[in-house]
Design a protein. Structure first.
Length: 362
């Protein structure tokens, strides 16, 4: 309930704060739309707008849609224009005079949300980012009943701390260090979820008696030294992500992906070198940008820098004779924010995205 109230308040706030942004209707935007089951405000706005993240302005507070979080499948939405010529959505056939109405709804209908967790949960990796200091405070597995350094199937593992009997715990391995390519700063470590378990015995570490976990949800081989964290501390996300354009001063880079592949596309999860210290928030939508390939004028005409000779490259101070344009190639939504790093889901991409692609406000 609190999450729904928070989403409503945030949606109202964003409706007022984004009025300065310009809306651009799609050339083929329909005059009306019937809400379908499974639609989100983001989906519906994308039917009408080139910039779906500006949905709060399209859904401006008006007597026909006084709360965009309370529209339902079957509702007819119509595109109209206000006195200033700005587009807006109203419910049902627009009238010259609006009047309050009582909504009749069946109890089994669910209102449309901005972007429900269930829609993207299959694509969210429950990896995390921690600094070395944070990792040093975590409990960890010291061994198992099998006497092996690592195990794959269900088994009992022993932890160097007192556990809460019945509590579920997540088990993580320390992954690669995350280095900010812009500053060379160590931003932390990617810690990878490798399994889950439930506490069977509390233990008493003051007497050197470890706690006992039964490991059942194994994702990959679990090693001694793996970190143990209560599930609620690392694996909870809001039921609804209220999506909005990121702050206008946002300027960062994609610095890694959880798959650690060289290229990635829609629904892959990436890391960016911006976080809470840069005022990033879960739900922020950012545009991914890339500078067009550098070009050098040679005796044989213009050539791309990566195709030309070393001799030609030496003749150019910046390895390019032109300040090539930066083009938008995709969008991501931030879903997890740390101090200096964030995780984001790729919403769409015109081409394969790469490490060092830029992320900016839309």
């Amino acid at each position: 309930m609190l999450i729904k109230i928070f989403s409503l308040i945030l949606g109202i706030f964003m409706s007022l704060s984004l009025l300065a942004d310009e809306l651009t209707l799609k050339p083929d935007a329909p005059k009306s739309y019937i809400v379908k089951k499974g639609d989100t405000l983001w989906d519906i706005s994308g039917v009408f707008l080139n910039q779906a993240w500006l949905w709060p302005k399209l859904w401006r507070l008006n007597p026909e849609i006084n709360n965009p979080h309370l529209i339902y499948p079957g509702d007819e939405l119509r595109l109209v224009f206000d006195a200033q010529g700005q587009p807006m959505l109203v419910k049902g056939k627009p009238k010259l005079k609006w009047s309050p109405k009582v909504r009749k709804q069946s109890k089994n209908q669910t209102p449309v949300s901005t972007l429900p967790l269930q829609a993207i949960a299959p694509y969210i990796r429950y990896d995390s980012v921690k600094t070395l200091a944070e990792l040093e405070r975590f409990s960890y597995i010291i061994g198992s009943e099998k006497g092996y350094k690592s195990s794959l199937d269900g088994f009992k593992a022993y932890v160097n701390s007192d556990l809460v009997v019945g509590q579920s715990y997540a088990i993580y391995h320390k992954g690669t260090v995350i280095i900010d390519p812009a500053t060379a700063e160590n931003l932390g470590y990617n810690i990878i979820l490798v399994g889950t378990g439930k506490a069977l015995q509390r233990g008493n570490i003051s007497k050197k008696q470890p706690g006992t976990l039964y490991i059942s949800g194994v994702k990959r081989e679990i090693h001694s030294g793996a970190f143990v964290v209560p599930v609620n501390d690392e694996q909870q996300y809001p039921a609804v992500f209220t999506m909005r354009a990121g702050a206008k001063n946002t300027k960062g880079l994609i610095i890694n992906s959880v798959t650690e592949l060289r290229e990635f596309a829609k629904f892959d999860v990436v890391m960016i070198n911006q976080g809470a210290k840069q005022a990033l928030q879960a739900g922020d939508v950012l545009t991914v940008s890339r500078k067009s390939p550098a070009v050098i004028d040679t005796d044989n005409g213009p050539e791309y820098t990566h195709n030309t000779s070393r001799w030609n490259r030496m003749g150019s101070d910046n390895h390019s004779d032109y300040d090539m344009p930066t083009e938008s190639i995709g969008q991501v939504m931030v879903f997890k924010v740390y101090d200096k790093v964030s995780m984001a889901l790729i919403l769409h991409s015109d081409k394969a995205l790469r490490v060092l692609d830029g992320v900016i406000a839309p």
